[in-house]
Design a protein around this ligand. Sequence first.
Ligand code: EPS
Length: 366
Amino acid sequence: MSDNSFGRLLRVTTFGESHGPAIGCVIDGCPPGIAIAAVDFRADLDRRATGKSRHTSQRHEADEVEILSGVYEGRTTGAPVGLLVRNTDARSKDYSKIAEQFRPGHADYTYWQKYGIRDPRGGGRSSARETTMRVAAAVIAKRWLFDKYGITVQGHVSQIAGIRPRGFDAAAIEGNPFFWPDASQVAELEAFMDALRKSGDSVGARVDVVAHNVPPGWGEPIYGKLDGDLAAAMMSINAVKGVEIGAGFASIGQKGSEHRDLMSPAGFASNHAGGIVGGISSGQDVTCSVAFKPTSSLRLPGDTVDVNGQPVEVITTGRHDPCVGLRAPPICEAMMALVLMDHALRHRAQCGDVGPVSPLVPGSVP
Ligand code: EPS
């Protein structure tokens, strides 16, 4: 199973399965001197974890990060940073039937076709559990980006099934189990999710993520476009089916006179580009919107085939997320932060001596 690494100068490799002894990552290319301790991983891992509300999988993992290497006396040394999280609440018997059947819409079938063998316990390598390590790696990236450039990365859920936020209050996002920016809708969402869970079905969601204070100039013009790398990073998250940068698919219906972001010495008048033009950051907020499909582990019966190609009815039991997008904002933030840090290092390597050229007022229009 290849391609378990991503990034060029900041290169993250993850390993482990959902029900194996542990999951982990190696972060290579980390600059020396970044202050980091095991306790620093707590907040973001808790934001992503299962079992924090009744609206997610009820698996209760400790998610304790052990720093195995690359940190001495609380600071990165430049050596590969090795992080390990032991799995503490796997319940593999839930998957004994799934070992012989393919859940429609799940990677069960394609893994089987590709490798001729699979670890069915908790989805093995295809489990969203793997995203724990991306979030852990990005704790270091977020810290570095903030300390060096004042960059912050914030995600929120911007759609659950057909429900959209009526208003936007950034302060509300962390105060409810849905990462939802309008506190007045939380009761409605609770009722919606309770009914969904009882029905045994699942729904999709949209997650928006924005990075503030990204300097202009990051990204490469052709194959290493910042938006290209961001799209690939987001698409690598389990269950993602679509990624938009800036106006995204709405660009199709816009006129050029509407889409272009007019400029003046005071800055940009709009941000349809999502902070990236020609693959390179413009100095505006970098914005990205990510579509998560409805999860495929349903207790509603459905037609499928077994490993012998025989028709069977599948029913998934065990602990599952009725809307995996609800846990996704920290994961999308993580992928944005890791891509930005990689590009910051890449930009520094080639163009570190190029000063800002008549910069517009940064952040004039987000
Ligand atoms: C998942 C199925 C569930 C979730 C898991 C993702 O696993 P299990 O059946 O073992 O409880 O709990 O999510 C996590 C454990 C996690 O940390 O995100 C799946 O099929 O992707």
